[in-house]
Design a protein around this ligand. Structure first.
Ligand code: GLC
Ligand code: CA
Length: 559
């Protein structure tokens, strides 16, 4: 079916200098320490990425989003940044960064880097200076320090817990505590401090000057905070305020955060084409457009599909709502099924409906030991293949997470001794954490780390990883890797304006929409086959029988 069609499916990369390149880009997330290891020390690095640029080019992605590569003690996988304007010596040098950027650009691939402005690491020069300086000093004013409370001032300023568990306050030994909404190694910046603001503008320029095309903004909704004078509200009070989130919450999604992004936008617009930015903002959907506005960062993640089950009605509602929200902001929307923070979607979709396709329920499954007996691996992968064809047919940007193109499942059985995620350590082994989606990629079916590098990988790879190796999938026209390559090539060729028109199939298990130019996507969320509409099938996520689309499958047709 598809073979003949793909002979001519050579696609032009998106126009190099098109300022709107990001609106419908396919963006591939690289978690650098687990992608490819160039020097055999078990940690993925920039040399590894450079060596795999031809792979990314053949895959057909428009951009790479590179998770943090900055100097870091890796208390939170690199989201604890020691120095925002350098490369971690464990994974490369600034010179290699430039070589990597050039190699990507030469292959027609843009580069988006992660920027982590809510907190630095505790090894950042400013934080070390803060610790060495007295209470009330300007150095402490760059972070959020408060006096302890209680009869002898030894208790934390409030009972707030950090997102990774445990207190959100860490004592520094002189009666003061600092705030860390994440790990203790991640002290929160004080964004009321002009030096902090200025320094991040310098950082944006530093990378934009080096040719970076855009930024993924970590915890974008957390920067502006307004803590009351004593006493601080209790954790329970804050949780109640959480439900409202109308711009006045003490910690999250405050209206003033947008003043910061107005300044950032001015800097990003100093460049030609303007640099892009995408907010990681866990906010109510109605508040997303401000982050995504052209006067702000320009785009914001929507994690709605990532949190949904494999369900036609849920998908339909989420797609409709987000196209509408994106139109309201003047931006395009973003779609994502997997990233470095959640259980891989092939696994989520293989869990029983009551265990949920959604991320919370899959975390629960992990917590209970990741029981293989309740996971239907084949069904999960089949649905993941159906879902990606649906997603790649949608208007907006598609964010792909390394390894999903290989149909990788979550690694549920990492030994405790090998785990790295602070979530695991700060919850006394109750939370399992995110290591299972961060296991180094299998490039070959054999070798010390399945082609990831020459040494033992920093997280152990399970035996079944070998079956997913790039090498084996490249040669197999029916593999998930081949499906991604073909779909991405077709998407480039078929992609036009951002409109989408729903076509009512009369069947609640089916989602069918048409894109400009006569491009159709039909997904059968049910299990029994359905007749396909008229048109020529150009790709399908599972083999068709006659004009029938089997269950848990998607096909694209052209008129
Ligand atoms: C974001 C990142 C996550 C990190 C956290 C703290 O949510 O995606 O990996 O742990 O921010 O920086
Ligand atoms: Ca290495």
């Amino acid at each position: 079916m598809s073979e003949t069609l793909f002979v001519n499916a050579e696609a032009e990369p998106l126009a190099e200098q098109d300022p709107n390149w990001w609106r419908q880009a396919a963006v591939y997330q690289i978690y650098p320490r687990s992608f490819a290891d160039g020097n055999g020390d078990g940690i993925g690095d920039l040399a590894g990425i450079i060596s795999r640029v031809p792979y990314l080019e053949a895959l057909g992605v428009d951009a790479v989003w590179l998770s943090p590569f900055y100097p870091s003690a890796l208390a939170d996988g690199g989201y604890d940044v020691d120095d925002y304007r350098d490369v971690d010596p464990k994974i490369g040098t600034l010179e290699q960064f430039d070589v990597m950027t050039r190699a990507l650009h030469d292959a027609g691939i843009k580069l988006i880097v992660d920027i982590v402005p809510n907190h630095s690491s505790n090894r950042h020069v400013w934080f070390r200076e803060a610790l060495a300086s007295p209470k009330g000093s300007p150095a402490r004013g760059r972070y959020i320090f408060r006096d302890g409370v209680g009869p002898d001032g030894t208790e934390p300023p409030s009972d707030w817990t950090s997102i990774f568990g445990g207190s959100a306050w860490e004592p520094v030994g002189d009666g003061q505590f600092y705030l860390h909404l994440f790990a203790p190694e991640q002290p929160d910046f004080n964004w009321d401090n002009p030096e902090v603001r200025e320094d991040f503008l310098t950082t944006l320029r530093f990378w934009a000057d080096r040719g970076v095309d855009g930024f993924r903004v970590d915890v974008a909704h957390g920067l502006a905070k307004k803590l009351t004078d004593d006493p601080l509200p209790t954790h329970a009070d804050l949780e109640l305020a959480e439900a409202v989130r109308d711009g006045a919450h003490m910690l999250w999604d405050r209206d003033e955060v947008h003043d910061i992004y107005t300044q950032w936008r001015a800097v990003l617009n100093e460049y030609d084409p303007p640099r892009t930015a995408v907010a990681e903002a866990w906010v109510h959907a109605s508040r997303r457009p401000r982050y995504a506005s052209p006067d702000g960062l320009g785009q914001a993640f929507n994690f709605d599909l990532l949190q949904a089950g494999f369900d036609a009605a849920e998908f339909r509602r989420i797609i409709g709502d987000n196209l509408e929200l994106a139109a309201r902001s003047g931006s395009s929307t973003t779609w994502v099924f997997s990233n470095h923070d959640v259980v891989r979607h092939a696994t989520r979709y293989g869990l029983p409906r009551h265990a949920g396709g959604d991320t919370t329920a899959s975390q629960e499954w992990l917590r209970q030991g990741g029981n293989e007996a309740v996971l239907d691996r084949a069904l999960g992968l089949r649905r993941a293949r159906a879902a990606i064809l649906l997603m790649l047919a949608l208007p907006g940007s598609a964010y792909l997470y390394q390894g999903e193109e290989l149909g990788l499942h979550e690694v549920a059985d990492i030994p405790d001794s090998a785990r790295q995620d602070p979530t695991f350590f700060r919850n006394a082994g109750v939370e399992i954490g995110r290591d299972g989606c961060r296991v180094p990629l299998p490039w070959t079916a054999s070798g010390p780390s399945l082609g990831f590098g020459d040494g033992a990988p920093h997280l152990p790879q399970p035996a079944w990883y070998a079956d997913h190796a790039v090498e084996a999938q490249t040669a197999d026209g029916t593999s998930t890797l081949s499906l991604y390559r073909e779909a991405l090539a077709l998407r480039r060729r078929l992609q036009g304006d951002e409109e989408l028109a729903w076509i009512d199939s009369g069947d609640p298990r089916v989602l069918h929409f048409r894109r400009p130019g006569g491009w159709h996507s039909v997904t059968n969320f049910g299990s029994a086959p359905i007749p396909l509409p008229a048109g020529s099938v150009v790709i399908s996520s599972a083999p068709l029988t006659e004009q029938q689309l089997p269950g848990n499958a998607t096909a694209w047709l052209v008129e």
